[in-house]
Design a protein around this ligand. Structure first.
Ligand SMILES: Nc1ncnc2c1ncn2[C@@H]1O[C@H](COP(=O)(O)OP(=O)(O)O)[C@@H](O)[C@H]1O
Ligand SMILES: [Mg+2]
Length: 367
């Protein structure tokens, strides 16, 4: 005898996605069910992100459910696939193909925001997603140096009679920075409105195409550029970077409250702790907590946002950034693994946010 597809579907209703807290059938994750008379059963599970850290455990749970509810002797083949979800409002005119916009912010400068943004983008791409990166630090763009793109000049093309900037592609990431359009030796003195309109252009006039994640590297603090960002695009969520040091944490807290403000309401995907500890090369088992221990983890618990993980203070992170090749491009570095784990957590939080919350609204400008 053969089984019915419905039996398989009913069995899979017992598998709950631990993040989204619903069963795989209700989440529309099951497709392509095939059964035959030789007790072979196969189907596809489409997860919400290729970076899903729960991939193996979900696969195992599916096989167990079929064995329990259909037949303990069935030969089960599960094809794991993924499609990044989106909660973008339909009516927008630009960035149509971009599924999720992730801002990387901090309170204090110099805590490693750009370093995290660059390596996070690369880690997400290594996990199989299409990724873009906007350097929104209009006053001190550092992405061109970190990507070795100091002399890059994006091509301008015409699409529907409108000029569009083609992002530069490097290490699998589509990149645009205001640094591509100004002399790197000149101080960037912008008046507020000029800086804002420069940022808007990177969004509006960039030929971004289809992306799963567009990462935005913000300037420090909570200024004009942050307001322009939330007034220009619906930000899926923000990641806050801090060191474990008291003064940095105090500013990180301000950053979080700005995005959580009633008028802005951008979901906070979590905190990343940078420069968590230092390990000297000659003493690989020693960890020195130069800036204090567990600062971000404790803050995350206190303000009830996810802790996305630590990144150590490592000479190679600084060197690779200065050399124009972020460390996450090196598959042999242990730091790459730390960035992969953080990228998985970020993707997981985006998926949860898309399943459980309303789309972010663009903040209205009040004059
Ligand atoms: N985890 C780290 N280990 C070593 N150096 C780091 C680390 N994170 C950042 N840096 C270095 O610190 C400096 C400031 O980092 P950056 O990412 O530019 O900070 P921000 O964007 O917050 O101003 C850079 O020179 C960078 O290479
Ligand atoms: Mg920076």
């Amino acid at each position: 005898m053969t089984y019915s597809k419905e039996q398989v579907l009913n069995a899979l209703k017992n598998v709950i996605d631990p993040d989204l807290k619903k069963d795989l059938v209700s989440l529309n994750m099951i497709s392509d069910i095939n059964v035959d008379e030789n007790k072979n059963i196969s189907f596809t599970v489409t997860l919400t992100t290729p970076a899903c850290p729960l991939k193996e455990s979900i696969k195992k749970a599916c096989i167990e459910a079929v064995h329990e509810f259909v037949d303990k002797d069935a030969n089960v083949t599960v094809n794991m696939s993924s499609k990044v979800t989106s909660k973008r409002p339909q009516e927008e005119e630009f960035l149509k193909g971009v599924k999720n916009i992730i801002a990387v912010a901090s309170g204090k400068g110099g805590v490693g925001k750009s370093t995290i943004a660059a390596n996070l983008a690369i880690a997400l791409s290594n996990l199989g997603s299409k990724v873009g990166l906007i350097d929104a630090d209009i006053y001190g763009p550092s992405i061109p140096v970190m990507f070795g793109l100091e002399n890059a000049h994006p091509e301008i093309i015409e699409i529907n009679e409108k000029p569009k900037m083609v992002p530069i592609e490097k290490y699998g990431i589509k990149v645009l920075s205001i640094g591509f359009f100004v002399d790197p030796n000149q101080a960037l003195v912008w008046r507020g409105p000029m800086a804002s309109s420069a940022l808007t252009q990177l969004f509006r006039d960039g030929d971004w195409g289809e992306l799963d994640y567009l990462v935005i590297d913000l300037p420090p603090g909570t200024g004009d550029i942050h307001l322009t960002l939330v007034q220009t695009v619906p930000v899926t969520g923000v990641v806050i970077v801090s060191t474990p040091q008291k003064v940095a944490l105090a500013d990180a807290r301000k950053g979080v409250s700005m995005f959580q403000e009633q008028a802005i309401k951008v979901p906070v995907l979590g905190l990343i702790e940078n420069m968590s500890y230092f390990t000297p090369e000659e003493l690989p088992n020693n960890k020195y907590y130069i800036f204090g221990k567990d600062g971000c983890k404790n803050l995350a618990e206190e303000i009830n946002v996810p802790f996305l993980g630590p990144i150590p203070l490592v000479q190679g992170i600084r060197e690779s950034g200065d050399a124009g090749r972020p460390i996450a491009t090196d598959p042999k570095s242990p730091v790459t693994l730390a960035f992969i784990e953080i990228a998985q957590k970020v993707a997981q939080q985006v998926a949860i946010r898309n399943e459980t919350m309303q789309p972010t609204k663009i903040v209205e400008v009040n004059h």
